[in-house]
Design a protein around this ligand. Structure first.
Ligand SMILES: [Zn+2]
Length: 389
């Protein structure tokens, strides 16, 4: 792997305090780096370092603070940031420790460097600059069970690596590449590493998925419950590897089928806070479904005859992605409650994690699992596509 590729870009984002320019202090780790937003809009945070550290301004290589250890509260102030008792009149700091040391932020342990930025709303954004594979160590534990067979862990490592690089490419001009929650890939810092998941990352080092020589948007999800979703139903992505395939391997998933009851007043409240002016809800009905059986459109009507038509995707967003686990559901109303009976968990695009677990249990190897869920995609070394990252 070429050692000079980095996802660091010089920008002057409008949302930040004017002094925060992101030409950061040099990184020590010669590797691919991803920028993961681990917290946003926090009034304050706590950092703890148990080894030699240096704190730089994010816009220069000037050392502002250094020492053998530090525990401090970081607060946004009128003129910048306060680290412990020290007032720093700057818009952002980068905290660096030695190669094998960790930084604790808000009680979680992280590898790599940490940027703490003061936004112009007086709140903090915290970004972890971390080597790609170090990041994957922290992702895999949250995305799959570390007790699953090695082949499914390897397939997950390749998909997660590809997805991270794809996001980095997409977000090149943004402040960060990935978030640490379900909107990117769940990342728990280095406290989330396990032997087996780390082994899966190491044994697939540098391997990524490509389609026609381009990095694949390697979406994945927990359980498809039958057929994976065509990505073009959800996003502006229309390529054969993400057209959707039959799965048939995820029947063991605890999310294969589910029921969710929600009081109608809660739906009314959610509609109101999303800006829909509706009264008492009387009917909710599926209008159409797409090829995979997921809800394409549904209508909601109130007692005054006012109705709204939403896409399945927007309805899931309205209710909350963990409240409505997928867009593959039936809906009815009974005794003042919305009754949702559904199948699967997640957007349904790309690799089905429980399906890949089912395949691995049958002795199917990681490359075959990936070829099944991303038909037409190839697994290559990242070196082969370096010019396209
Ligand atoms: Zn499946």
């Amino acid at each position: 792997m070429k050692k000079t590729i980095r996802f660091i870009f010089i920008i002057l984002p409008a949302i930040l305090w004017p002094w925060a320019v992101f030409l950061a202090a040099p990184l020590t780790d010669d590797a691919m780096i991803v920028r993961v937003c681990i917290a946003d809009d926090k009034p304050e945070t706590f950092i703890s370092l148990k080894s030699d550290y240096k704190i730089y301004a994010t816009n220069s290589s000037r050392v502002l603070m250094e020492g053998p250890c530090l525990t401090a509260k970081v607060v946004a102030t009128k003129d910048g940031l306060r680290v412990g008792a020290r007032q720093l009149n700057i818009g952002g700091i980068r905290v660096k420790v030695g190669k094998n040391s960790k930084i604790y932020v808000g009680g979680k342990r992280f590898r790599g460097d940490i940027d703490i930025l003061r936004k112009d709303n007086g709140r903090l954004m915290i970004i972890n600059y971390i080597a790609l594979d170090d990041y994957l160590y922290g992702v895999l534990y949250h995305e799959v069970s570390h007790r699953w067979p090695m082949e499914v862990l390897k397939a997950q490592a390749i998909a997660a690596r590809t997805f991270a690089l794809y996001q980095a490419k997409q977000n090149r001009l943004q402040l960060y590449d990935l978030r640490s929650d379900i909107y990117s890939q769940v990342y728990g810092g280095s406290g989330s590493e396990k032997w087996s998941t780390t082994m899966a990352v190491n044994s697939t080092k540098g391997l990524v998925l490509v389609y026609k020589g381009e990095l694949l948007p390697a979406y994945y999800h927990a359980t498809c419950a039958g057929r994976t979703e065509d990505a073009s139903n959800l996003w502006k992505v229309n390529i054969p590897p993400l057209d959707g395939v039959e799965c048939g391997f995820c029947v063991e998933s605890p999310h294969y089928s589910w029921t969710k009851n929600m009081p109608l007043w809660k739906l009314e409240e959610k509609l109101a806070s999303a800006g829909y002016k509706m009264g008492k809800i009387e009917t909710v009905a599926v209008l159409s479904r797409n090829e995979s059986g997921r809800v394409d459109k549904l209508s909601i009507k109130d007692n005054a005859g006012v109705s709204v038509v939403l896409t399945g995707k927007d309805f899931r967003q309205l209710l909350g992605p963990n409240e409505l686990r997928s867009t593959n559901f039936d809906v009815s109303i009974k005794w003042g409650e919305l009754i949702l009976t559904g199948r699967g968990w997640g957007h349904g695009v790309g690799m089905c994690q429980w399906g890949s677990y089912g395949m691995a249990k049958k002795g199917i190897k990681a490359d075959e699992i990936l070829r099944r869920y991303y038909p037409g995609a190839e697994i290559v070394s990242v070196e082969k596509i370096q010019g396209k990252l």
